[in-house]
Ligand binder design. Sequence first.
Ligand code: SF4
Ligand code: SF4
Length: 219
Amino acid sequence: MELINNLTEELIGYCRKIAVDIVGFSDATKFDNFSKKHRPNSFLSNSKTVIVIGFHLYDISLDAWNRDENKGTSYHFADLILLNQCHRIKNFLTKKGFKLKIITYEPGLFLKDAAALAGIGPIGKNNLLITKTYGSQVRLRSLVTNAELSYGTPIHESEYCRNCNLCVESCPAGALEGGKYNKDLCHNYCLANLKYISEKTVIWCNKCIESCPVGKKTN
Ligand code: SF4
Ligand code: SF4
């Protein structure tokens, strides 16, 4: 156990050094509720831990998508930062003799659920992860590894949402009504209302992120 704790502390220290805003660890065996292709072992056999990292979208422009139709390229800038951090974490643990796999977005793990299983925060009525410090203004990415680390305590319910309904009321598409996220309503609205910040760069509707009071400074 001491070895596990030491390795975990070392990795947390390294994450701090490379400016990872959020990091948590979930037990790879806790993903049995998901279909096989979304379980850690589908990406790395004998995986023990899912490492979830998050980037604080401290300015909404960081959540921009850039797409060049002529080149056929598409970038999300925060994703590129997260991917770079994942590679550094991978190198860090590989040098210690462990195996790791950086998880792609599609197909991938369910990132919000992985973060909730790691005890980073609950999934709120806005259908997003809520973190204590940054609310839902985070972008996530994950790795799986055969290294055993100290797991967080899974969070299954959002205490923040008990007396709040702000995101549901602020959604212009009604996509959060009835306690269930309606992906089609959300996507149709977002695509019809992309905010162009330049010819090739857009921001999606983020009202359910912006309306959430968690993590917002009050003065
Ligand atoms: S992104 Fe916009 S449309 Fe989609 S759920 Fe959030 S507030 Fe509603
Ligand atoms: S706005 Fe309120 S109800 Fe919605 S996710 Fe945040 S705390 Fe929960």
